[in-house]
Design a protein around this ligand. Sequence first.
Ligand SMILES: [Zn+2]
Length: 292
Amino acid sequence: MPELPEVETVRRGLEQKLNNFIIKKVEICRDSTVAFPTNKQEFINGLRNSLIYKWDRRGKYLIAKLKEVQNDNSQFPLKNSQNNGFLVVHLRMTGYFKFLENSTQPCKHTRIRFFDKNNNELRYIDVRSFGKIWWIKEELSPNKIIKGLGSLGPEPFSREFDADYLKKVISKRTKSIKAVLLDQTIVAGIGNIYADESLYSAGISPFREARTIKKNELINLKESIVDVLKKSIGSGGTTFSDFRNLEGEHGNFGLKTNVYRRTGKECLKCRNLIEKKKIAGRSTHWCPNCQK
Ligand SMILES: [Zn+2]
């Protein structure tokens, strides 16, 4: 699943590629990809004549701000135009966007197609189809309609996310620290890869009961999380997730991992062998010697 760095990479790509993209036509190829509104025609009609003018990210959600553009000859920047709500996207396991100048025949995994007046296409493709797209009109609140979005914990880069915050939220948790980091209501955007990498970097065992972790270790963990995520954003994500860029390409974003999927290989710090075990159903990779 794409995690925060991959979603952030997609967000930056969308922002670069979609310059003043005004949706003129929407084609839904698979109904279940549209999570809201439940009436598909309302989704199609509501998005028509929408300018996508800003892409934000919250956790693993992409959030596009929309403006209503009724006149094709509108000059940019638009003045006094009405907001038209938000287009929200969660890529889940295998969702990705492809931008096509001069649209071509879609592949069978195409779920939704957005066209502008010049027939440029923003295509949403999703092999396993767990991804969802919402159009939240102006009068409604994305945080209320999308439960997972409304309940997200702070962003790892926000000021709110520090050792004091962590101490407070984990003080009574008997779950493992790995499970806690995967909990999106505690911190937004971290998945399996970056949980393992951050804990390795901080020297904390993923199996530790969260409440037993001391303040100085939490300071270290917070710094490790930020550091690991920033490095990964800088290189466009890791090679391991199923994520693709807007050209539909898979590889070459390769941030190499230090511990994730390195089972049986030598630890880069101590040369002990990296081990793997499941926690809460997720494969967890760690060095028993470096992580206590
Ligand atoms: Zn080690």
